[in-house]
Design a protein. Structure first.
Length: 220
């Protein structure tokens, strides 16, 4: 089994390997491709453009030719999965699984974003999921966090996110969701409420479910 991951930050490879270990997956299941240029282009443009989405879709299609499932791990690029043509395997955005899991939690859900370019796609995705279940939803941008990430200050980055998550619980959130894969490590630093939901684990579970469904269909 091969799950191909398209990342925009090299550090997310380790994040997904850690999530895979939690799920008990063998070490050779994940295959990583890192395209920082795609996110950098989106940041320069102020968000995802049609051209960047098309380039992302091409990259995803290429990965689908040699995997059992493909995961797009960047929230900013997430909508690109909608324009991927027909592929032999599922192509999934990890934050879609996260949004569904958060919406099923009940009560007030706060989704935290670290980079401004992901606010619009995250809001659209989580709002659609929240509408289906009727949960209250708030999207919050963690001010200054992305600057720490870009500067290589991972500890400062995760600390800022954890602080924002704790503040969200103090404000009445029933569940906090960390919308970007790079934020996952902050979940262990949150103490004012339940452990926040993270996209790497949610995305990998979704991929495994889809792979199992396809295998079952083939057997039938």
């Amino acid at each position: 089994m091969i799950i191909a991951c398209l990342h925009t930050a090299d550090s997310n490879c380790a994040v997904f390997e850690a999530a895979a270990r939690i799920l008990g997956l063998p070490s050779d299941v994940l295959h990583h491709t890192v395209r920082p240029d795609l996110l950098e282009a989106a940041e320069r443009a102020g968000g995802l453009t049609d051209e960047i989405a098309r380039e992302t879709a091409v990259a995803l299609s290429a990965l689908a030719a040699r995997a059992d499932a493909v995961l797009l791990t960047c929230s900013t690029l997430g909508p690109s999965t909608a324009i991927v043509g027909q592929t032999p395997v599922p192509v999934l955005r990890i934050d879609a699984a996260l949004a569904e899991k958060a919406a099923a939690a009940g009560g007030k859900v706060v989704a935290l974003c670290a980079v401004e370019t992901t606010v619009v796609p995250t809001t659209a995705l989580f709002s659609a999921a929240a509408k289906r279940t009727g949960v209250a939803l708030e999207i919050r941008l963690v001010a200054g966090a992305w600057s720490s990430f870009r500067a290589g200050d991972r500890d400062g980055y995760l600390a800022a996110i954890a602080k924002a998550a704790d503040a969200s619980y103090d404000d009445g959130a029933a569940m906090v969701a960390l919308a970007q894969a790079s934020m996952a490590g902050a979940a262990d630093l949150v103490h004012r409420g339940p452990r926040p939901l993270t996209s790497p684990e949610a995305g990998l579970r979704a991929a495994l479910e889809r792979i199992a469904q396809r295998a079952s269909t083939v057997e039938e």
